[in-house]
Design a protein around this ligand. Structure first.
Ligand SMILES: [Zn+2]
Ligand SMILES: [Zn+2]
Ligand SMILES: [Zn+2]
Ligand SMILES: [Zn+2]
Length: 413
């Protein structure tokens, strides 16, 4: 029961760990990535319409959920944010947020589903506390299963698409034989992302390296951060000079210059990206940042939303505030190649009702802003007017991923 609450302004960092799947059930209030959603309100699930991609009409795929209660509000004693996305190649466009769905669900300590006392960390404890006890669920994705196989009537589906997927990946045989096998592996990799627990820590916690040099001569965290930001800025400036002098190509050919640095410099990215990189360098494995009412850590200075780009809460009309962001590093864990090669993002910033209001449905829609890296053209110059193509998106973001991977392998030692 890892929670991200707001007793302090410190940013909470989320990273991924493998764990036994029973620990990620609704009864333990998990934060997690992939697999099926561990619904919080077990009865009143989002409708199939709510989970449909507005562009292609296919059901969206579950990405992650973050358990984020507000300790100062009794109605938010239990509170979880859920994120879904469309993985259809044609829907994955640069800076396009309509193919993401965010839901907020919450209730008090006394509620219709879970006991007043905390859960007991035991596989056999209250296995009945799950959405299946209240709803028929889609066997493929775990959303509300409003239709079923007309022949055997034994399995439910959220949509025609998922019925077809299931038929093709094993149900055809099972339906005829009448023997239901557990979900097949092939189906899982088609429609569910790999499942991980989302574990949290505080950004200001000392890393092992910093803790080991406790004997006095070490500079403080802040200084180190400033230093690395300065150093990074200097590298970028030097490199930009080389670009101006037309010498960068030579360096690139000799592999003396990082690819991602080349791209960033060519795009005239500076302070924002430098800050992003230095924050990531401190905790290279971070896949999520949580700071309710704080500010997102943007990847670039382009496509940052203005206040009026964030629509107010549709239920209580209060403004929304920043709550959490998914980092591009999460993509490294998702094995998306088997699903869709087109899914990419720089930063996914989630904004939620500043009152975390109780009006509206059990799963209230919240707002997500998607920021990508704008893409350089082949000659290395940025050209924002050119329409996006999947190939260039992949290349530009791959550079950011490569940077993150490089950083993480450097600190692992
Ligand atoms: Zn779509
Ligand atoms: Zn489904
Ligand atoms: Zn059947
Ligand atoms: Zn509201």
């Amino acid at each position: 029961m890892e929670s991200m609450n707001d007793d302090t302004r410190v940013v909470a960092i989320g990273y991924l760990e493998e764990t036994e799947s029973w620990k990620l059930g609704s009864r333990f209030f998990p934060s997690k990535v992939g697999g099926k959603p561990a619904w919080l309100d077990l009865a009143n699930l989002p409708s199939n319409e709510d989970l449909k991609c507005p562009k292609c009409q296919n059901p969206c795929m579950f990405l992650c959920q973050v358990y984020a209660p507000w300790i100062d509000l009794e109605s938010c004693f239990h509170r979880t944010i859920f994120i879904f996305l469309c993985v259809d190649a044609d829907c994955c466009e640069e800076n396009e947020n309509r193919t993401f769905k965010v839901f907020r669900c919450q209730f008090g300590r006394r509620n219709d589903f879970f006991p007043f006392d905390p859960p007991i960390d035991d596989e056999n404890w209250r296995p009945d506390l799950k959405a299946d006890s209240y709803n028929k669920l889609c066997i493929v994705c775990g959303a509300k299963g409003t239709s079923h196989c007309g022949r055997c009537k034994k399995v439910n589906y959220c949509s025609r698409q998922h019925q077809i997927v299931d038929w093709k990946t094993g149900h055809k045989e099972m339906c005829r034989s009448g023997i239901m096998k557990p979900e097949s592996k092939s189906m899982r990799c088609l429609w569910l992302l790999p499942e991980f627990e989302l574990v949290t820590g505080r950004e200001d916690e000392e890393s092992e390296e910093e803790a080991s040099c406790s004997s006095g001569n070490c500079s403080s965290n802040e200084d180190e951060e400033e230093d690395s930001e300065e150093a990074e800025k200097k590298r970028l400036e030097e490199f930009r000079d080389l670009v101006k002098q037309g010498k960068a190509g030579t360096f690139q050919g000799n592999n003396l210059v990082d690819d991602e640095l080349l791209q960033m410099a060519a795009q005239d990215e500076d302070k924002v990206f430098v800050r992003f990189r230095s924050k990531v360098a401190k905790f290279p494995q971070q896949v999520l940042r949580y700071e309710r009412g704080g500010r997102p850590l943007w990847l670039t200075s382009d496509n940052i939303p203005a206040t009026n780009d964030i629509p107010p809460c549709p239920y209580c009309k209060a403004p929304r505030q920043f709550e959490l962001q998914v980092m591009p590093q999460m993509l490294n864990y998702l094995a998306l190649d088997g699903v869709s090669k087109s899914v990419d993002w720089g930063v996914l910033a989630v904004y939620t009702c500043q009152n975390s209001c109780n009006t509206g449905p059990a799963y209230k829609q919240e707002f997500l802003w998607k920021q990508d890296i704008h893409k350089p053209t082949t000659d290395g110059n940025c050209n924002n007017t050119k329409p996006a193509t999947t190939t260039t998106t992949t290349t530009a973001v791959a550079a950011a991923h490569a940077a993150a991977t490089k950083l993480s392998s450097a600190t692992d030692n």
